[in-house]
Design a protein around this ligand. Structure first.
Ligand code: COA
Length: 231
């Protein structure tokens, strides 16, 4: 039985197309440097990827598995879904490599290649963390991510982090996603306490956590810690 959904196939086509665009640019550069032999090798790779896209589009035309991806929790205009290595990373890559978006995050000085990002996602999956995409219900647009990590089942605690693509800042999606992840953590995972660390100067993040019921507890260095307790 074919387990791949239409969205799995579309995502893979998008990823391969992204790679192929890089191949095309490399070919052009080589051609400009008058290296026809190397250019021919790159052309072979382009053809190989084009062949794979053809096969995927053919699979899509015959597929018929319209089952959606598994939703962790939904509410209001959005739903949260665990990211995995098959996901399209186009939006996510642009966020983690954007200076303004990451200016108050631990990753702010790091450049992420697609492989780096896949390794990062895998490391969260391996540790049993919930690294969830925030998606808009109406069109499945990937708006940002919310992460529940450091889950301690004995102490019933975890740490939450949030990132919204800057084209959607100030639209309430960050608050809604944190509220939904907290609901999942308290109601389903039966946790008692969730912590968030906010770097000094990150006014938007401070406001967000206060708005959704976190209380500012302590400041260590330039990080303020916010806590929310379950009922
Ligand atoms: C911080 C961040 C998650 C906020 O997400 P968002 O979806 O824009 O937040 P919301 O729209 O839900 O806004 C929540 C509240 O914060 C306020 N707010 C958001 N950004 C703000 C800013 N830059 N300055 C002042 N207030 C801000 C909103 O007005 C709203 O308050 P209100 O309802 O009283 O008006 C988003 O800016 C972001 O992803 N930044 C980059 C990554 C990051 O820093 N993550 C946090 C790491 S701790």
């Amino acid at each position: 039985m074919n387990k791949r959904t239409d969205f799995d196939i579309i995502d893979e086509v998008e990823q391969i197309r992204t790679k192929n665009n890089v191949n095309w640019m490399d070919i052009l550069r080589l051609a400009f440097r008058h290296a026809p032999e190397d250019a021919r090798k790159l052309m072979a790779r382009v053809n190989e990827y084009d062949g794979r896209i053809s096969a995927l589009l053919s699979e899509l035309s015959r597929n018929g598995n319209v089952e959606g991806r598994k939703t962790l929790i939904e509410g209001g205009e959005i739903y949260l879904r665990q990211l995995n290595l098959d996901n399209s990373l186009t939006h996510y890559l642009s966020w983690v490599n954007d200076e303004e978006t990451t200016s108050y995050m631990a990753i702010r000085d790091k450049y992420f290649s697609p492989t780096d990002l896949q390794t990062y996602i895998k490391s969260h999956l391996d540790r049993g963390n919930y690294l969830c995409g925030i998606f808009k219900k109406t069109d499945d647009l990937h708006l940002g991510n919310v992460l529940l990590s450091d889950i301690d089942v004995t102490m019933r605690t975890a740490v939450i982090g949030i990132l919204i693509g800057k084209e959607h800042w100030g639209e309430g999606f960050g608050s809604d996603a944190v509220k939904l992840m907290c609901k999942y953590a308290f109601d389903t995972l039966k946790l008692h306490r969730i912590k968030a660390g906010v770097m000094e100067g990150n006014v938007g993040s401070e406001r967000l956590f206060e708005k959704v019921g976190f209380a500012r507890k302590e400041k260590i260095g330039d990080i303020s810690y916010y806590i929310k307790e379950g009922e």
